[in-house]
Design a protein around this ligand. Sequence first.
Ligand code: SAH
Ligand code: SF4
Ligand code: F3S
Length: 451
Amino acid sequence: MKSLVRENDKLPWSSAPGRLHIVTFGCQMNEYDSQRMAQMLMASYCLTPYMDQADLIIVNTCSIREKAEHKLYSLLGRLKRFKCSNPVLKIGVAGCVAQQLGAKLFQRAPQVDFVVGPQGIYRLPMLMERLQGGNDRLHDTGLQGDFQIPYIDALLPRKGDVRAFVTIMQGCDNYCTYCIVPLVRGREISRPVEDILREIGSLVEQGVKDVTLLGQNVNSYGKNLSKCVDFPSLLLEIDRAFPGIRLRFTTSHPKDISDRLIGCFGSLSTLCEHLHLPVQSGSDRILKRMKRRYSRAQYLEKVKKLRNVCPDITITTDLIVGFPGETEEDFRQTMSLLEEVRFDQAFAFKYSERPGTAAVRFQEKVPEEVKSRRLTRLLKLQNQIGLEQYGRLQGSVCKVLIESCSGPKVTGRTRGNHVVNMEGREGLVGRLVNVYIERACHHSLIGTIIH
Ligand code: SAH
Ligand code: SF4
Ligand code: F3S
């Protein structure tokens, strides 16, 4: 659970009379959407880090796993009490659970005033007007196949951010058998190149130096656009237009990683040496049941090609354990894939059954305790591999972009996406410094700035 602004952020960002608090669950696309909602409402609301002082609370939700959905209900329970002490408080639910449940959410949580899906958020100012005009229980969960993300010309809700996300496409056409995303985010729609370039330009003007392009499957960018453009050519255009930035993207589907895209890691100076490439399983039998459309060998081949072009590339992944039908032997193949690839980081999840997905009908469900045991084994192995991978940087000097300061410490990031903590002062935020890496921890490094 993330709040859009933190207590130590320099407020106010807007001088509007209302106070808005946004809570974000889920992926970076939801974080992006939360920022857009704040920008669209900036004429009427300034952001507050204190939930109990808000006149409007928006919960931007995720439904990727059952647990994510439960977090929403427990938060809504807490918010109900705020309504008793503040009668003008309005509560809205946005994002993927909003899309999934629509008006049904009002029955389950009568304290909710409005529900907006991932496309509906762009009509939020109109919806707020209707709400203020006395209408209640409003919902906007339409999903149009030809929807275009509008360009929003407004300041970032967090002043001084060094990193920013830019959604370049939304939706997903892949329908992996376990995944709810295509059902709640709709079909794949790419944004026009001009809008993306303009948005990055505005971010750079506001001081952003590290840009991550977002989409559920960025590699299929451009499929629905009339102008003939694909993902590698979009990267090239951004690289040419903004040669001073650090450029990243996520998420990539292994089946769509082309040789041209791999080549970009060797030829574009803005493109950082990190690729998040979710593999999900190391067993061909399970990959087939998941409808991932690549084999273990094909995945390994792509990793090999990437490392040929860019030997130091950081490769991270997502994994699911306990997918229906996963035997001990299938699981062992996932474990052996971890040893073979040696990921720098892996996000592993127990399979969670999602309504409306194909895997709901699959037999041979794996018991919860088996899933838990497998997850523990997998995390133990990956923790050891991750620490060794991060440890390879020990004793080297890295270029680190400082992102934030807290007390006498600053935090930054390498091009390879390793988070580095070190001593430093506020004035370093936004600066690129040389850092001697002292030691590796789980998922971060500790270093000293050298002058
Ligand atoms: N578009 C990305 C993934 C988005 S969802 C891709 O295709 O790789 C992020 C991760 O959540 C997935 O990679 C997967 O590992 C996990 N996930 C998705 N559905 C899940 C489910 N039903 N149960 C458990 N994990 C799931
Ligand atoms: Fe889900 Fe698969 Fe689409 Fe990723 S590619 S969002 S896992 S359906
Ligand atoms: Fe969750 Fe929706 Fe993202 S389901 S992972 S918030 S696309």
